[in-house]
Design a protein around this ligand. Structure first.
Ligand SMILES: NC(=O)c1ccc[n+]([C@@H]2O[C@H](COP(=O)([O-])OP(=O)(O)OC[C@H]3O[C@@H](n4cnc5c(N)ncnc54)[C@H](OP(=O)(O)O)[C@@H]3O)[C@@H](O)[C@H]2O)c1
Length: 286
């Protein structure tokens, strides 16, 4: 089975690339913007027509949440228009499109984990552009899987784990918000879940929406505290409130995702979030 991966140089794309050796039945075509700019419809169509992948995994995205507030057109180009391009080309060649979305499509007013059918109400440009991307998949892809995930980190790229290790090493104290609740998700676990569901998902028709994050619940403060402890760094982590850490984009206060639909459909076990943080930190130490 031929699988085209976009945005390979990002966190998720890199983790899929690392895991690819464990999937000998899959033939991977790894691309990032230089090989395949997904915002270019002609390039997407030409690439898909010549390589004829059975599956396209879209790991490409505009993920700079605060920058997106001032860079709306580029966020929409990559998170919405480009997803429309991929959806149309996937449909033209009969491929399954696996697309990744975000917990930031929700406003955070829930106090129990969000299910797929809960109403969306994104509060940021990033969240709005990603929701419009989901709508593009539903409208234009004949076979699509949309996976909403949250608080992604990995051994690659810039992310919260690496930032906490860097600042924790440089400073005696760190202040981290304790009133935004969600679930950290290890991109390696998500990458493995995506590759594991492909043989089943390829048989489906239409578009399905799923939630996938690691198991459990944490605040950013809990996440930071765990990272600092597991990395054995001498640094005090202080809980602070969101109002004391002003940023451009509004984040949901609560964005825990209910993963029952994914687990029941694909019979996949999901690791607990801090076990996965431990795995990532051990990799980083190596
Ligand atoms: N990061 C999170 O906390 C988080 C949370 C929830 C959901 N998600 C979603 O999870 C998915 C994977 O996120 P990630 O953190 O792995 O993203 P990432 O690290 O930002 O990687 C995205 C990759 O896409 C590339 N890209 C940008 N524009 C492109 C284009 N026009 N054509 C092809 N490639 C392009 C980027 O290149 P440049 O770096 O050069 O721009 C980068 O290599 C995304 O859909 C994201 O929205 C992420």
């Amino acid at each position: 089975m031929k699988i085209l991966v976009t945005g390979t140089l990002g966190q998720l794309g890199n983790e899929i690339s690392v895991l690819s050796n464990e999937y000998p039945d899959f033939e991977f075509i790894f691309t990032d913007i230089d090989e395949l700019d997904i915002s270019d419809p002609i390039m997407v169509e030409t690439f898909c027509t010549s390589y004829q992948p059975q599956v396209i995994i879209n790991c490409a995205a505009y993920t700079a949440v605060d920058k997106a507030e001032e860079d709306e057109s580029l966020a929409y180009l990559i998170n919405t228009t480009a997803v429309e391009n991929l959806s149309k080309s996937a449909t033209a060649i009969g491929a399954l499109l696996v697309h990744i979305s975000t917990d930031y499509v929700f406003d955070g007013k829930n106090c129990i984990p969000y299910i797929e059918t809960d109403p969306t109400n994104p509060q940021s440009v990033y969240g709005k552009s990603k929701l419009a991307g989901e709508e593009a998949v539903s409208k234009f892809a004949s076979k699509g899987i949309i996976l909403r995930t949250s608080w992604l980190y990995s051994a690659f790229g810039n992310n919260f784990v690496k930032t906490m290790i860097k600042y924790g090493t440089e400073r005696d104290e760190l202040n981290v918000v304790c009133d935004q609740i969600g679930t950290p998700t290890y991109a390696r676990d998500l990458a493995k879940a995506i590759l594991d569901i492909i043989p089943t998902a390829i048989l489906q028709s239409g578009t399905s929406l799923f939630h996938y994050s690691n198991e459990g619940v944490a605040s950013w403060f809990d996440f930071a505290h765990t990272i600092i402890n597991l990395a054995e760094i001498e640094c005090t982590v202080n809980p602070i409130q969101t109002k004391d850490y002003p940023v451009k984009a509004i984040r949901p206060n609560f964005s825990v995702l209910n993963k029952s639909k994914f687990k029941e459909t694909y019979k996949i076990n999901i690791p607990y979030w801090s076990d996965s943080v431990k795995h990532c930190i051990l990799r980083l130490k190596k």
